[in-house]
Design a protein. Structure first.
Length: 369
């Protein structure tokens, strides 16, 4: 039976072949630059996809929450890093993970470091997160006083071990000049490495954002890269030039429930609870919440004439349809939607269906069940 025959409601499809190709391409790039690839699994959040990644010599992963780290623990990873400023209220959960799994956390202040040395029961590594212009979180790159304070607190305990500096250049998503941004990243991490390397000879520097890691070829002396979205990619990455639409490994299968040919609109069951509400806005001001692809036995094809989701609400999606699509679609058909932000779409859906009709796990779906 075709996977298409199994779909009766919104379903997130995963093309394993494309996903594996994306993982291999980034792993090859890291190896070419003598860097370690430590992918951020906030996108995939899957044991199965983790097993695929291990086949490309990936041994460590990053999580965005302790809940995700709990899900990934015990799966053979050499280390799991939680790339979010650590929440000290979750130290008891951290201790449970650290009892059986090598794990590291991210620190941005001295207060959390102090609580960790007072409450940790097992060794835990830590990175100091650096803010070199993004402005979301992290220690400012010139705030050596705060860095020293965190490091001095850690020295008081054998349970909190410094691993290095982590910098997420997330402004690569909206800054057009990625090479200039990466010059800042390289300079910041190189400066910190040279400043602290004599005292901490094993320290590493890590950066992680898919737009930069996908397009850059000059990483200086940065040791590790940790992008996440690259396993699937999405329309946002294609817009930024990090991938082609053909590299997008997931699409949301949505049933057609009504057609308004006079308005050139198609109503589908697929809204914000399935795709999230990330949006691209064209030069003409039109909003794009996802683009239509045609599903077939082998996956999907991208039509020459674009049709796109012009609006979404909780369950509803309204497609602005091309003449080509209107001529062939009927109520009861299944269309595919390439997501604007695949990380959020996967999080919403909580599981995947492969093109051979098998279900692939996702942390959110597993934890809900």
């Amino acid at each position: 039976m075709s996977y298409l025959d199994q779909i009766t409601s919104p379903t997130l499809l995963l093309d394993e072949k494309i996903c594996r190709a994306n993982i291999k391409r980034m792993a090859d790039k890291a190896a070419r630059h003598d860097m370690k690839l430590v992918p951020h699994f906030k996108t995939a959040q899957s044991h199965q996809i983790g097993d695929w990644a291990k086949q490309y010599n990936i041994t460590e992963v990053t999580a965005s929450s302790i809940k995700m780290a709990e899900y990934l623990a015990g799966q053979g990873w050499v280390n799991i890093h939680i790339a979010f400023p650590f929440n000290p209220l979750e130290i008891p959960k951290l201790n449970k993970i650290a009892a059986k799994q090598s794990i590291s956390v991210q620190l941005v202040n001295a207060a959390t470091a102090q609580m960790l040395i007072e409450q940790l029961e097992y060794p835990v590594g830590f990175f100091i997160e650096i803010d070199a212009g993004y402005g979301r979180t992290g220690v400012e790159v010139s705030d050596f006083g705060l860095m020293e304070e965190i490091l001095l607190i850690a020295k008081k305990s054998d349970k909190l071990n410094f691993k290095g500096f982590y910098l997420h250049a997330g402004h690569s998503y909206y800054m057009p000049d990625i090479p200039a941004l990466y010059e800042q990243t390289r300079n910041a991490l190189s400066m910190l490495k040279h400043k602290y390397n004599s005292e901490y000879p094993k320290l590493v520097t890590r950066t992680g954002d898919t737009p930069g890691c996908a397009v850059m070829e000059d990483f200086g002396d940065i040791d590790e890269m940790g992008p996440g979205n690259f396993v699937f990619y999405d329309l946002m990455q294609a817009e930024l030039g990090g991938c082609d639409k053909e590299d997008i490994a997931v699409c949301l299968a949505v049933p057609v429930v009504d057609i308004k040919k006079d308005r050139k609109e198609i109503l589908v069951h697929g809204g914000g609870v399935h795709l999230a509400k990330d949006v691209l806005v064209g030069d003409n001001g039109l909003k794009n919440f996802g683009e239509v692809v045609y599903l077939n036995e082998n996956g999907w094809t991208i039509p020459e004439d674009k049709s796109f989701l012009k609006s979404i609400s909780q369950e509803h999606g309204i497609i602005k349809a091309s003449d080509e699509l209107l001529a062939k679609v009927k109520v009861g058909d299944i269309l595919g939607i390439l997501p604007v932000h695949s990380c959020m779409t996967a999080d919403c859906m909580g599981e995947y269906m492969t093109l051979d009709g098998k279900m692939v796990d996702h942390a959110e779906g597993f934890l809900v069940k």
